[in-house]
Design a protein around this ligand. Sequence first.
Ligand code: SF4
Ligand code: SF4
Length: 499
Amino acid sequence: MATRNPASYRPNTALDLLRLPGIGALLRHRWGRLPGQMLLTLVALALIIDGFTGPQEPARNLATVAPWVQYRGLVVVVLLLVGNLFCMSCPFALPRTLAKRLSLSGRRFPRPLRNKWLALTGLFGLFFIYEWLDLWSSPALTAWVIVAYFVASFVLEAFFTESAFCKYVCPLGTFNFVYSTLSPTQIGVKNSAVCVSCVGKECVNGNYAPQPIIRADTIPVAGTDETVVKTITHGPQGTLGCGTLLFAPQISSNLDCTFCLDCVRACPHANVGLMTRTPGRELAQPGAWPQRWDVSLLPVMLTFIGLTNAFAMVPPVYELQRWLVEVAGLRSEFLVLLLIFVVGNLLLPVAAVTITAQIGRALTNMRKRLPLRATVAAFAPAFVPLGFGIWFAHYSFHFLISPLSIIAVFQEFLGMTGAWEQLSGGLSLDAIGLLQVVALIGGWAWSAWIVQRAARRLYGRRGFVGQLPWMLLLLVVLLIAVQIFSQPMEMRGTEFLFG
Ligand code: SF4
Ligand code: SF4
């Protein structure tokens, strides 16, 4: 496969959003992340309080409505239009920062776990628990999940040097990482030559030191042959470097980027920006993602989890469960669900991509020259747009049915009377259905375009034949998704509004 110059991965437009008046200065500021984090921390505390002490009716409690309806509806829109703003404002990062300052241990996360297998397990586990324990209908259990999140992020950050929770564990962050690869923004450097002569590489190493340290860097002046000597100070007011260990001049993808902007604040040469780019640019770039099974299976499994998560809310799932009880003799709901999850979210995606890749290699006579892993890695990014379309179709349904009802829930949380009459309206089912079709077909078309580019790159003149199995797989996934979304869907978290 062709290798590329790392410079070609850089965002391909010159607009640095951090140069925008007002908001740019706020985000670059040392505490620029704090307002968003404080706000979401207050929201998380309100969810915990309401979850434990409020009414245990799912549509009346912040703990169920806010995360399972509102957050999920908003996150897909924000990821698509702007980028990973929810990780930027993540409340779980606050105890993490505290833990990092306490720094109980300077150890790295264990090497065998420095990959996405834990995150994949976490995604599988979270969605399984969501279905098994009906989290969407249990404010108290959801509150426990939020508490567990705070504890897990604090413990992992306290014991390991990097942001292990964000990078290797967090299921929500993993979802955001994958789908922020569609977004029109990416961290990038303005002048690579400055990075070459930069001594401290503070974007990744940070400029925090318990005692002040002063040194000098000789850096080139952009557009000239001149150099300038710049004094660099590290000190207690400094910023920790990139928690997920990304090195700004080599960033090729939004995977693993929490948009925390610590690299921007730490760089002593003001050389890092939040740049605009062509949406989803990295998905069609060879080598932008590492060629690893864990990374390649991430968008594929998320696509299939999206299908089963939606399937669990339509009537045929009950027929399947009944069949599994009567014919297969499974006697517990736990085992029935586990079987559906293992087959739908594990065996099917792994089998689908490996068989498709094998057929593609056989059709193009590339079995000997192209390893299976490289083939799957080349086509895996194509699952991002279609997978996103499936999640968008699902989450937008729950959100748009009654987008303002959260205000009434909040009114009741404050002890007021909820204005349900005025606030429970939403988009008509026809309009939502149209939006779902646009999301699914649009996602599929975008995925098909990526497949076609990857096949041409991989197989050259045999690209047309080589793309056929992947096109067929995407089409089957699309048809299954259309079939699922054409069924009446449970209105989880908003059902009492509709009787
Ligand atoms: S981004 Fe800044 S800190 Fe990082 S290598 Fe380049 S100049 Fe140095
Ligand atoms: S410090 Fe790392 S995670 Fe944070 S914005 Fe920069 S590259 Fe992304």
